[in-house]
Design a protein around this ligand. Structure first.
Ligand code: PLP
Length: 442
């Protein structure tokens, strides 16, 4: 098939996620390499969101492809109860990357499944049922994970499962309070959270689930003291701390896992995406030694046909090795610094840029109608004039491919991007923001 035929066949037979099907317009991809992909007309696009913030090592990494091919040649599949070498190696490697309190990993196929199983494990282990998660969060769209998700993508699941409680993220930019320090901001949010735990009844709360750094909902980086404060509340009330590292894990933020920035040890960590960089699907739930030991004599009531799929685990081993051998963290921190500097310049020069938030190669540009009032460029949950769609369109015309969420543009390129490539791409964003300033603010 050629590009147009692929597109028209998909539009006729395939349902595309999160879309009104009449509005979809897929680019048919003929080849891909590094941070770039090409359509069938030879146009080159830059992947400035690592697809869905998962292709951390970009396209065409030969080490990952070779590991998958080798596993195909040995065998593609044996069930979860059999011994597959790639599964054993990856489980050991992952535990080796975790803090010393972590014990074992349960493999899944994706982020949503990881979060669903984390919730089940937390309920089994604690014997409690309530689960706290945050409004500005995305934890997946399946029924259980969708109940954890706080933003509008959960609405179609409502009225939802009882026992899922939401609290607000530390979104300092929009709090409407000028905090004198990050620590003061943290104590404000922690006090609210503790009050809510008390009102829900601490004896019924099994876990607090958080994206360590809120991702699609705007790269909300917790202020200093917030994560240790949540840890302390969890310890005080016998609640498990679950960090969703599906987006933030695997070097994305400049550490192997984002919780390392805040010097906390979670009880459970969920992951997916960057563990295999999308070459094949894989996710997982890492549990503490204490939780792991509980299941020595208690039934782990979780199961998936493809738990620890040998092909996925082989890709996972190759990715983890590559992160370490190619010293990806050094590149993320070096190029991430440039990303931060350029985003700050964009904020200075464009009246439409209210805030920029960045850590490692994980960033968002928050667009406003007015810097003083911080009125969002589009109202929350609505975009009647399709303004954000116009912005992604303007970026697409320049072959800068990313996605927007609410009034924010996400910039999260593959972690192998060079400084030169990044600067070239950010010039395109600069051009588009000039158009936003001139034409889209009224
Ligand atoms: N958790 C977070 C933080 C995510 O960003 C996502 C997906 O974007 C998920 C969970 C769900 O992952 P999946 O789409 O693999 O089910």
């Amino acid at each position: 098939m050629k590009g147009e035929e692929i597109k028209s066949t998909l539009m006729e037979y395939n349902l595309q996620s999160w879309s009104k099907q009449k509005s979809i317009n897929p680019i048919s991809v003929e080849k891909a390499e590094g941070i770039y992909f090409w359509d069938y007309d030879g146009n080159r696009y830059s992947d400035m969101s690592s697809q869905l913030v998962n292709m951390n090592l970009g396209f065409g990494n030969p080490a990952i492809s070779q590991a998958i091919k080798n596993q195909v040649d040995q065998y593609c599949f044996v069930g979860p109860s059999y011994g597959a070498e790639s599964r054993a190696i990856l489980a050991k490697k992952i535990i080796g990357l975790m803090p010393d309190n972590m014990g074992k990993v349960f493999f899944t196929n994706a982020g949503a499944e990881s979060n669903e199983n984390a919730v089940k494990i937390a309920r089994m282990f604690t014997g409690k049922h309530k689960i706290f998660s945050r409004y500005r969060s995305y934890h997946g769209s399946s029924f259980g994970a969708g109940n954890l998700t706080g933003e509008p993508r959960r609405y179609t699941l409502e009225p939802g499962v009882p026992g899922f409680v939401k609290f607000f993220d530390p979104y300092v930019y929009r709090e409407g309070i000028e905090f004198d320090s990050e620590e003061l901001a943290s104590s404000y949010y922690l006090k609210k959270l503790e009050e809510q735990i008390q009102y829900e009844g601490p004896d019924s709360v099994a876990a607090i689930v958080m994206e360590t750094i809120t991702g699609s909902n705007g790269i909300l980086i917790p202020p200093k003291g917030y994560m240790p404060g949540v840890r302390a509340l969890c310890d005080k009330y016998g609640i498990l701390m679950i960090c969703d590292e599906v987006m933030t894990g695997w070097c994305r933020t400049g550490k192997m896992f984002a919780f390392e920035h805040f010097e906390v040890k979670p009880d459970i960590v969920t992951f997916a995406k960057g563990v295999t960089c999308g070459y094949v699907p894989l996710g997982g739930v890492v549990v503490s030694k204490e939780i792991a030991a509980y299941f020595d004599d208690n039934l782990l009531s979780c199961g998936l046909t493809y738990s620890g799929h040998p092909l996925s685990c082989a890709a996972g081993v190759a990715c983890v090795n590559y992160y370490e051998e190619a010293d990806i963290l050094t590149n993320v921190n070096k190029v991430g610094q440039v990303l931060g500097e350029v985003l700050e310049e964009l904020k200075q020069h464009h009246k439409s840029v209210g805030d920029v938030r960045y850590i490692g190669l994980f960033s968002a540009v928050e667009l406003v109608k007015d810097k003083e009032t911080k009125e969002p460029l589009v109202p929350y949950g609505k975009d009647p004039k399709g303004i954000m769609g116009k912005i992604t369109g303007l970026l697409k015309e320049r072959k800068f491919m990313t996605y927007t969420h609410e009034n924010m543009v996400l910039v999260a390129p593959p972690l192998i991007i060079t400084e030169e490539q990044l600067r070239e791409e950010l010039k395109k964003l600069d051009e588009v923001l000039t158009i936003v300033d001139q034409e889209l603010l009224t």
